[in-house]
Design a protein around this ligand. Structure first.
Ligand code: NAD
Length: 246
């Protein structure tokens, strides 16, 4: 099947489905200038292992290192802008083609692009909290502390502050369980920009009857999918939009 036949099939899947969900990963945000973890040559994560520096173990044992080598990269996400791929997902929801977006991303770009029903299964960078008393803090507060103090940011109670991002070694946030329940009700899952190598988020693909994968490179789940398109997310989603409008 050639590319344009695949786009027609994807549009057909969406029209035939009762309830469509998207599952997005870091690949949808690379066109917004945010490097993913696994594409070769993106530089940022080649020198440090994100599974190590973004882990609860490092946060607890060596908070200086967590904030210096891992957390600093979160701050770079704050000014990123959504790209056409995020925007088309917002449009699909507005036109009632899409029931919601399950995202592994923490960058908040789906909301910035107009998506209303977003489940952030790995948390987000809007807020943080105290590990001792659980008090919530806006991310701007944590950023401000880091600007003026070389020590890891602390709460008024003296507890260490941490971002509301699911770190390696953390329990899954409530949004993951919400996403699981939603996936059980869906009949089409549109995977966009994910290597599907992170569990348990990748297990959501097994809950949905039909799966379409849009990813630059092959994924571990391609062989199980009903449609696979190895292309840039923005190109595919813009072509899908034209097909649905036509
Ligand atoms: P991943 O890095 O494992 O995989 C990304 C995939 O996207 C790759 O297979 C790559 O081929 C593909 N890709 C890259 N650019 C693309 C494009 N323009 N169009 C289509 N596909 C493209 O990412 P993952 O599966 O999301 O897992 C990594 C984990 O790291 C997740 O938990 C994710 O939340 C987190 N992370 C998040 C961000 C973010 O919030 N933007 C950035 C880096 C990592």
């Amino acid at each position: 099947m050639n590319y344009s036949e695949k786009i027609k099939q994807l549009a057909g899947f969406i029209r035939q489905s009762r309830r469509v969900l998207a599952l997005t990963g870091a690949g949808i945000s690379t066109e917004s200038g945010i490097p993913d973890f696994r594409s070769k040559g993106s530089g940022l994560w080649e020198k440090v292992d994100p599974m190590e520096v973004l882990s609860v173990q490092v946060l607890k044992r060596n908070p200086q290192r967590f904030y210096r080598e891992g957390f600093v990269h979160f701050l770079k996400l704050e000014n990123a802008r959504p790209n056409p791929a995020h925007e088309v997902l917002g449009w699909l929801e507005q036109r009632e083609f899409l029931a919601g977006v399950i995202t592994q991303n923490i960058d908040g770009l789906h909301q910035k692009a107009g998506s209303q029903r977003v489940m952030e299964v790995h948390g987000h960078i809007r807020t943080g909290h105290c590990m001792r008393c659980q008090k919530k803090y806006p991310m701007g507060f944590i950023r401000g502390k880091l600007d003026t103090d070389i020590n890891p940011p602390k709460c008024t109670c003296g507890g260490l502050l941490r971002p509301d991002v699911a770190l390696f070694g953390d329990a899954m946030p409530n949004d993951f369980w919400r996403a699981t329940a939603e996936a059980e009700q869906a009949d089409l899952l549109l995977v966009v920009g994910s290597s599907l190598s992170v569990s348990p988020a990748n297990s959501l693909t097994r809950l949905v009857e039909r799966v379409a994968i849009i990813n630059l490179e092959p994924t571990l789940y391609d062989y199980q999918a009903d449609l696979v398109i190895h292309e840039k997310a923005s190109r595919v989603l813009l072509d899908l939009k034209s097909q649905l409008e036509g």
